[in-house]
Ligand binder design. Structure first.
Ligand code: NAD
Length: 370
């Protein structure tokens, strides 16, 4: 039985595109029923409200289900770290609906600016919190979308102000200085301003409040987007012990301690890597989640056949960060790539993910090469 809140599945790795408006939200999703063999899987559209690990039940908006084996794959939510006003005043890139709202809001502000007599410059100001992969990929899409909007609404592009605020002194620490420079040069050339080593301490109706030299400073914008943190589902804390930011440490076979019948995968799981003091959870990525999914399907089969479970080993093939649809940077099989090559690689990765779930049908309909 597969239980999911929506009838559709959206590619959460494409939300930056739906948020900027460079991809229609409908093109980021497909009906779940269309990729299931329904003679083998009962698909229930319902929201999970509670997991009772000891009673072996899952409560949902459509009743309670018993389980013999449970796979928890509830995904991510935005994490605002309790920053004052962030939930109320900033958009979150959390799901397809929050992404849609951002794209609509940006367009509405541009239209408002174009049609009003007392022009408010804040309508053309966009603040992005966080220069992690989500923040950077969003900026890449905005760099593509803004010229289109300016053309559509007859707005002088030099009046648009996109500012990215990042707390850490160095962005994208997993990339070499050459790749980070490529990203910064690319985005700055398209009008993005970076404020590095600048923590956001609050959000309000005017924008972000940041800390500069121990003093608070107000940054103004009518579009404020928080892209500076994710966590696993809140249901995790309500259902399990030892959960941190919605993530629970899983064993080598992706089951959780004390429960041989419960697997946790994706953004709700913490797969530990490294030795001793350097032991840390792997970053939650689509690549990791997909490998966990395949491993777990096999593990469930083994469990039903009373066979020994294998050990999950993450095979890191690299990372590609897009900069709009025609550019990007990345490290693939240990080799650094930039430009069109990286953009091509990203499209290949995105289309491969669709193919793995829905075969050629979904890959053709929603893939990124047609
Ligand atoms: P993240 O946690 O990786 O990055 C958040 C950024 O926000 C960090 O640089 C952090 O320093 C900054 N930040 C946090 N608090 C701040 C504050 N108060 N003020 C200013 N800046 C602040 O989050 P993410 O970018 O959403 O990524 C989440 C996960 O998804 C990561 O594991 C990432 O690798 C993965 N991801 C991968 C890709 C890709 O492979 N192309 C794309 C998107 C996300």
């Amino acid at each position: 039985t597969l239980i999911n809140k929506n009838e559709y599945h959206y590619e959460s790795t494409w939300l930056h595109e739906a948020s900027a408006g460079t991809r229609e939200y409908q093109d980021c999703l497909y009906p779940i029923a269309s990729v299931l063999n329904q003679s083998k899987v009962d698909f229930v559209t319902a929201e999970v409200t509670k997991i009772n690990k000891d009673e072996k039940t899952v409560e949902t908006t459509k009743g309670t289900f018993n389980f013999d084996i449970l796979v928890v794959a509830l995904g991510f939510e935005s994490e605002t770290f309790g920053i004052t006003g962030m939930k109320e005043h900033a958009f979150q890139i959390e799901n397809i609906n929050t992404a849609r709202r951002i794209a609509t809001h940006i367009e509405e502000r541009f239209a408002h600016y174009a049609n009003s007599t007392d022009k408010d410059d804040k309508d053309l100001a966009i603040l992005v919190g966080g220069a992690g992969f989500t923040g950077i990929e969003l900026l890449g899409e905005l760099a593509e979308r803004i010229p289109e909007l300016c053309k559509e609404y007859n707005i002088d592009q030099s009046k648009v102000k996109v500012t990215c605020v990042e707390a850490a002194p160095k962005m994208l620490p997993m990339f070499s200085e050459t790749l980070v420079k490529y990203v910064v040069d690319y985005l700055e050339a398209r009008g993005v301003e970076f404020k590095i080593a600048t923590p956001i301490v609050a959000a309000n109706e005017n924008g972000f409040v940041v800390k500069v030299d121990e003093k608070e400073e107000q940054l103004y914008a009518n579009t404020v987007i928080w892209a500076a943190g994710v966590r696993g589902s809140k249901l995790m804390e309500e259902s399990f012990d030892g959960v941190k930011r919605g993530r629970i440490v899983v064993r080598e076979d992706l089951r959780i301690d004390g429960y041989d019948d419960i697997f946790v995968i994706g953004d709700c799981s913490a797969v530990m890597a490294g030795e001793g003091d350097n032991k840390r959870p792997l970053p939650t990525t689509a690549q990791l989640a997909m490998q966990q999914g395949e491993f777990t399907a096999d593990a469930v089969k083994r469990l039903l056949n009373n066979e020994k479970l294998a050990t999950f080993e993450y095979d890191d093939k690299g990372t590609v960060c897009s900069l709009g649809s025609h550019d990007g940077v990345g490290v693939v099989f240990g080799k650094e790539i930039t430009g069109k090559k990286a953009a091509f690689m990203k499209k290949l990765i995105d289309t491969r993910a669709l193919f793995k779930i829905g075969g050629t049908g979904v890959a053709f309909k929603k893939g990124k090469f047609l």
